[in-house]
Design a protein around this ligand. Structure first.
Ligand SMILES: C[S@@+](CC[C@H](N)C(=O)[O-])C[C@H]1O[C@@H](n2cnc3c(N)ncnc32)[C@H](O)[C@@H]1O
Length: 278
């Protein structure tokens, strides 16, 4: 059971958002909170920060799953309500609520960020969110983050919802990508010789060129999820048609992982290590 401060806190919003671009208090329906936490795979060991925490429900539900968390809201009445709700839920030792402006909040400790703000507001947060640790999950209810495409997106019926579009909620997930851009070289040993990957990057979207023994190969698919990179390459190497699946973890100037090589009959797995040429 959640207690909310009696509205109007400023005045009741007639529509979603105020004309001056500030974000009023409207809570996320509990079933959407559940979806958000599931999408971010919140678990024990996570540190979740809710930007504009209202009655504290997102942070409190995360704490019930074993996470720790911080909620910030610039309305001290809501911070008081959230603190009381956390005590009643028995999670006061794992969460904190602070009266603070989102723009004055240190986000560096977060493994998960949640928000139910307005798109214009989110767009201003984009550079800070994109600069968080690779792998940090960001989940937003009803609001994109500028031109950063989400990694996952879900539309859910939310009959309890009183604002927004027709009782529908949009839940989106972004995973802060590692820096993968540049020219990477690797040596696949006896089997494949010298390989070079040229990677252009915008957010988590990669454009990859692969060259093995001086020949351009076809990169059929690429994916970057936090620090995890996956490349699917096909082409002729050593006069033989091969399919290569590279999977690895980006750590600064290195990628460590493995490559699964198959020619349709035989499949072999080799270690894969690449280094970035500066
Ligand atoms: C739409 S409510 C969401 C509440 C809660 N996160 C939820 O989903 O139920 C947005 C909250 O952000 C707070 N807020 C808006 N702008 C803020 C800012 N610049 N700094 C801190 N809090 C802010 C509002 O007071 C409000 O409680």
């Amino acid at each position: 059971m959640f207690f909310v401060a009696s509205l109007p806190l400023h005045a009741q919003p007639q529509a979603w958002g105020w004309d001056d671009g500030t974000v009023p208090y409207v809570n996320t329906p509990m079933e959407i909170v559940e979806r958000m936490l599931r999408m971010a795979e919140v678990k024990s060991g996570d540190y979740l920060i809710d930007l504009g925490s209202g009655d504290g429900r997102i942070v409190i539900e995360a704490a019930k799953r074993g996470a720790r968390g911080l909620g910030v809201d610039y309305d001290p009445r809501l911070v008081k309500v959230a603190t009381g709700n956390a005590r009643r839920a028995g999670v006061a030792d794992r969460v904190r609520f602070e009266t603070r402006d989102i723009f004055d909040t240190d986000l560096s400790r977060a493994s998960v960020i949640t928000m139910y703000l307005l798109p214009d507001f989110n767009a201003k947060l984009l550079p800070r969110l994109l600069g968080l640790k690779p792998g940090t999950r960001i989940v937003s209810h009803d609001g994109g983050i500028g031109d950063w495409p989400p990694d996952e997106r879900l539309e859910v019926r939310a009959p309890e919802k009183t604002v927004g579009v027709g009782g529908l909620s949009r839940v989106e997930l972004w995973i802060v990508p590692a820096d993968a851009h540049g020219a990477w070289s690797s040596e696949l040993g006896a089997h494949g010789g010298a390989w070079r990957f040229n990677i252009a990057q915008k957010f988590q979207v990669l454009e990859v060129g692969a060259v093995a023994q001086g020949r351009d190969l076809l990169v059929r698919a690429s994916r970057l999820r936090g620090k995890e990179i996956k490349l699917v390459v096909t082409g002729v190497v050593n006069d033989h048609a091969w399919h290569h699946l590279f999977t690895g973890t980006l750590r600064g100037e290195r990628i460590d992982g493995q490559v699964t090589v198959s020619d349709g009959n035989v499949t072999k797995i080799h270690p894969w290590r690449a280094t970035r040429a500066r």
